[in-house]
Each structure stands twice: as structure tokens, then as C-alpha cells.
Design a binder for this molecule. Structure first.
Ligand code: ZN
Length: 147
């Protein structure tokens, strides 16, 4: 199987059966972000416990396959992890998508590897990064509201 096909299969799988899709409990104000270029919209609900572990994450929204699949992959990747670790992953993803970081950093993170297939299409990068900007904003909001 060609690598591009593999990436495409992962994206379509998540698009058809998004993980963690729906309304969920949140420990801080929900983040809503749009990508007007494509019409993607995402709402993110983050539940972070007192030990700074992401207990739960849910999203709703609508948009293209890449935006929805990226959100699904993101929730799978961050759930159960510490905020500090998640921040590092977010920077790896956003850095790679901007072409500033080694994209091979994504290889060890399961389905995250599929986002590498998007990097070849600059117009779609905003679709892929929407969910990652949302979770970065969400973590910041949760930390600010805790104080
Ligand atoms: Zn899109």
C-alpha cells in the first residue's frame, strides 16, 4: 500500500467514525474555533483533573474530512495524558505543519502520522491544525480559570 493511501485511509476512518464526538463534561469554558477558508467549525470540551491530567475530551462541529479527522485523532492522542506532555505534542504538530519542526516527531504517535499527508497541501493545513489550536486555547483557558 502506498503511504499516501495509508494516510488517506486513516483520515477517512476517523471522519466516518469520529472518536470522542459529542457533548461532554468540561472543567472550563469551551473553546470554539472556525476556519473560514474552508468553513470548518469545532467546539472543544476539556475535562482536566486536579493532577493536570486530561480526564476527558469531547468535540462537536462540522467541516471537511481533514478538520474532523484531525480533531478525532487529537482527542485520542491527548486523553489520559498530562497537560505538560500534551503541550509538547501540540507544539510538535503545529511546528511540523508549519514546516518548522521535524515531521518525523509525529511517527511515534499512532494515527497522528496521517497528518503528515496533509502537509503537502498548504491550503489544507489550516483544516488540520484547527483542532490543535483549539486544544491549546482550551488548556490555557483551564489554567487561567483555575487561578
Ligand atoms: Zn477544512
Amino acid at each position: 500500500m502506498e503511504l499516501d493511501e495509508l494516510y488517506q485511509d486513516i483520515i477517512l476512518d476517523h471522519y466516518k467514525n469520529p472518536h470522542n464526538f459529542g457533548e461532554g463534561e468540561a472543567s472550563c469554558t469551551n473553546v470554539e474555533l472556525d476556519n473560514p477558508v474552508c468553513g470548518d467549525h469545532i467546539k472543544l470540551m476539556l475535562l482536566i483533573d486536579e493532577n493536570d491530567i486530561i480526564q476527558d475530551v469531547k468535540f462537536t462541529g462540522s467541516g471537511c474530512a481533514i478538520s474532523m479527522a484531525s480533531a478525532s485523532i487529537m482527542t485520542e492522542e491527548i486523553k489520559g495524558k498530562k497537560v505538560q506532555e500534551v503541550r509538547a505534542i501540540i507544539e510538535d504538530v503545529l511546528g511540523a505543519m508549519r514546516g518548522e519542526k521535524e515531521a518525523d516527531n509525529l511517527d511515534e504517535h499512532g494515527d497522528l502520522i496521517a497528518l503528515k499527508g496533509v502537509m503537502k497541501f498548504p491550503v489544507r493545513v489550516k483544516c488540520a491544525t484547527l483542532a490543535w489550536h483549539a486544544v491549546r486555547d482550551g488548556i490555557t483557558k483551564c489554567e487561567q480559570e483555575k487561578k
